[in-house]
Design a protein around this ligand. Structure first.
Ligand code: HEM
Length: 494
């Protein structure tokens, strides 16, 4: 059977869709439109009820001639779509990232994506990530030092402290450059990173800015281009200087290596992702400076806001649940002999509860709140034929609240991630890093970084969240963040 019977009108208030009334199990669900966009949403609720356990689970809607489908709760949509080798193409929304990221790993499709994914996978090997520990440790030490001035039990917004730290981490690991964002948050580069993300989001959510012509006439294209000039200038500049350095080192090594091994030559230089890409390019794998720039900028984009949001949400939830925070303190005190001890792989492995808190925070507040794919061929989901060209949404924020998979879904409970509880769930019930062939290539990197940054804060401080859950306002931009920052009080633990 094909979807698209019955009717639903969805309404957007400003940028946020607002559900004003839903009558589950009936043919019509009414949303009211107060903004620019009126969406007529089509679905057959009777079939859905029969097909998916009496719940209204699959939405489909048309907007500007495009058909969208959204898996409301059930893991079946992510299971069919994300696990597939066919449905790999991203939706139209991602094209607004192209001026900045080109068609790097996140935004590319087809054979380009396949070959890049194959080439980049070894760059995230455990051994390479281990080399980054030093960067995670040194940048988090700096963050904790900056926080010392705020640990006076007065409320303040910790969000920018964590974000600047994750920005420093990604610049050093991706480009091999320490931009010192934590010391200089006013730098043109730092400002451009933030501004461009906001401009892309603005364009994605305002249909009248989506045509290039209209964007030039009435949009912020001048500001957008000025940001691009700064961002691409830094990326290309770094690529050029690292290439020269790389070639010099290679020559030097060649001369010496005839007689000596690495230890005699000196300490091996830690490689950034950029150096690995340069190595591939020098090995003749056909990577131009532009190709490398696309990937480095993709890591810059995907690799810092996501981790910053995840650390902030973990801290927010722990700050709302002192009894669970006390358990985390206990775990950290058992593992570390002093609050300044650098984290190694051994300690990372021991931080089991800390890790489960991070996972549970990613369930309740997934940094990437939804994913979208454009079907290149028809997909069949639970007997519904979804036609080629449809945009399929996986709204992780809602998927992760399926009460069948996560009883009492709003409750923060890290023990949901104990192995015996994970094994009871559908494998696609929890997908903060997406799943299948296009899953997040950086997820191990992200978890390592989150554990180190979060634990470095909690080894020194106790946090109290100042915003009650019922007062929390969410901003579902490219990244899911609290609208008014993350206001906490910090208390020194010693
Ligand atoms: C908590 C942190 C993170 C979360 C929640 C996260 C989540 C995700 C998700 C959901 C996707 C799929 C996006 C889509 O299909 O549209 C994705 C893709 C990706 N992520 Fe992450 N990510 C995180 C951190 C990172 C880091 C640290 C890096 C790099 C250093 C990274 C690099 C990428 C790349 C390159 C892709 C595209 C992969 C592909 O299409 O083959 N991510 N991430």
């Amino acid at each position: 059977m094909a979807i698209a019977k019955g009717m639903m009108v969805r309404v957007w208030l400003g940028l946020r869709p607002m559900v004003l009334a839903t009558k589950a199990h009936q043919a019509e669900v009414i949303f009211v439109d107060i903004g620019f966009m009126v969406m007529v949403v089509l679905f057959n609720s009777t079939d859905i009820e029969e097909g998916v356990n009496q719940r209204l689970d699959i939405f489909a809607w048309h907007n500007s001639g495009e058909l969208f489908v959204d898996g409301h709760f059930v893991p079946i949509i992510p299971c069919v779509i994300l696990s597939s080798n066919k449905h790999l193409d991203k939706s139209r929304d991602y094209t607004f990232l192209h001026p900045w990221l080109g068609t790097g790993l996140l935004t590319s499709t087809g054979s380009k994506w396949h070959s890049r994914r194959k080439m980049l996978t070894p760059a995230f090997h455990f051994k390479i990530l281990e080399d980054f520990l030093e960067i995670f440790n040194s940048q988090s030490t700096k963050m904790v030092e900056k926080l010392a001035n705020r640990a006076d039990s007065q409320p303040f917004d910790i969000f920018p402290y964590i974000t600047l730290c994750t920005l420093d981490v990604i610049c050093e690991t991706a480009m091999g450059v320490n931009i010192k964002a934590q010391d200089n948050s006013d730098s043109d580069y730092v400002k451009a990173v933030y501004r461009i993300a906001a401009l892309v989001q603005q364009r994605q959510t305002r249909p009248w800015l989506q045509s290039d012509l209209l964007y030039r006439l009435i949009g912020s294209s001048k500001e957008h281009d000025a940001c691009l000039k700064i961002l691409h200038g830094v990326s290309y500049g770094t690529i050029r200087s690292r290439r020269i350095e790389y070639q010099k080192e290679k020559k030097k090594k060649k001369k010496l290596a005839k007689h000596m091994d690495d230890e005699v030559i000196g300490k091996k230089r830690r490689l950034a992702f950029l150096d690995l890409l340069l190595e591939y390019s020098e090995e003749g794998r056909g990577l131009s400076d532009e190709d490398i720039r696309e990937e480095v900028d993709t890591f810059m984009f995907e690799g810092h806001d996501t981790t910053s949001a995840a650390i902030n949400w973990s801290l927010y939830l722990l700050g709302c649940h002192p009894e669970i925070q006390a358990r985390v303190h206990e775990e950290l005190d058992m593992i570390f002999s002093s609050p300044d001890q650098p984290v190694t792989m051994a300690e990372l492995r021991e931080m089991k509860l800390t890790e489960n808190c991070i996972k549970e925070a990613l369930r309740l507040f997934p940094s990437v709140p939804f994913l979208a794919r454009e079907l290149q061929e028809e997909a069949v989901i639970d007997n519904y034929r979804i036609p080629e060209g449809t945009t399929v949404m996986v709204v992780t924020y809602r998927l992760h609240r399926d009460p069948d998979q996560f009883p009492d879904p709003e409750r923060f409970d890290p023990d949901r991630f104990l192995p015996e509880n994970v094994s009871k769930r559908h494998p696609y019930a929890y997908v903060p890093f997406s799943a299948g062939p296009r899953n997040c290539i950086g997820q191990k990197f992200a978890l390592m970084e989150e554990k180190i940054l979060l634990s470095s804060i909690l080894r020194k401080y106790r946090a109290e969240s100042c915003t009650r859950r019922e007062d929390l306002r969410l901003l579902g931009e490219l990244i899911l963040r609290p609208e008014n920052g993350n206001t906490v009080k910090l208390f020194p633990r010693v």
